[in-house]
Design a protein around this ligand. Structure first.
Ligand code: PAF
Length: 273
């Protein structure tokens, strides 16, 4: 595995190669969820590139940019063992200059749900992903469905800017008890981890109701709210794949999303129905 810190050097190296490039952009602290993305990329491409960059522009004032888990050695080892060909490990100085251009995420889709409580977050995500796409020029890029809104916005950016890359959505990986894997799970105490399970229980509760043909989203939300007590729930939302709120579940076209705080840790999870 070759490690690059310089974007231009990586760009030049990759330009000289033949074959498909599978790209997995990450912010590090790699867990099984990331390993699954890498496995998918490895299975479908000649060359696999992983980037690790804790992107400052997607963190808002007061968020966990400074304390975000950083595990360079362990991450490097995971990449090596997972058969990654190129690891891109830039710092903020090489990725950003001063007085730069930014991608403006769309006004509606990027300012609901995650974008409502984190205004500007998706501008930062899309800006860095576009930069990374230009550096790596992947044929395929892999993103987890756990960040459903991020995934939808990246798909939209690819369409809007006529980018030549196929976005491959990958299912959320869960612990055996249902907790969705997240780099932020390390912040949870063992009691908080138990509490956090309520998020996946609430999604299971929704699945059961839908299986019994309860499709009214207000009715399902009420039941989910009971399951989530006493968590500090930021939102429970039912949207279609275009991220418009819906009142009736549309089978095959619905995403149910939850954001909640467990202690001081903000967690998100979702279910594609
Ligand atoms: O999902 C993430 O880890 C980040 O938002 C991403 C896509 C790597 C951009 O920084």
């Amino acid at each position: 595995m070759k490690v690059f810190r310089d974007p231009i050097a990586l760009q030049q190296e990759l330009r000289g190669l033949q074959g498909s490039i599978g790209f997995v952009p990450t912010m590090g602290a790699l867990h099984l969820g990331h390993r699954t993305l890498i496995e998918e990329a490895r299975g479908g491409n000649d060359i696999v590139v992983v980037s690790i960059f804790v992107n400052p522009t997607q963190f808002l004032e007061g968020e966990d940019l400074q304390s975000y888990p950083r595990k360079e050695e362990a991450d490097r080892r995971i990449c090596e063992l997972s058969g990654v060909d190129y690891l891109f490990y830039p710092n903020a100085e090489v990725m950003y200059g001063h007085d730069e251009m930014y991608i403006a995420a769309p006004d509606v889709r990027a300012y609901v749900l995650e974008g409502l409580s984190r205004p500007g977050h998706f501008d930062g995500v899309l800006t860095v992903v576009l930069k990374l796409f230009h550096i790596v020029r992947p044929t395929h890029a892999y993103f987890g469905k756990k960040d459903a809104q991020q995934l939808a916005l990246i798909e939209q950016m690819v369409e809007n800017f006529f980018l030549h890359v196929r976005i491959v959505p990958v299912d959320t990986v869960r612990e055996s008890d249902g907790l969705a894997l997240s780099s932020r799970n390390v912040y949870l105490s063992s009691e908080e981890r138990q509490e956090a399970l309520k998020i996946s229980y609430a999604l299971k509760c929704a699945t059961k109701m839908i299986a019994k043909s309860v499709l009214n989203t207000a009715t399902i939300t009420q039941e989910m709210e009971h399951v989530l007590v006493p968590l500090d729930v930021e939102y429970i939302a039912f949207v279609n794949r275009d991220f418009h709120h819906i009142e009736q579940v549309e089978l095959g076209n619905t995403v149910i999303l939850i954001a909640a705080r467990v202690g001081t840790t903000r967690l998100i999870d979702n279910l594609f129905v």
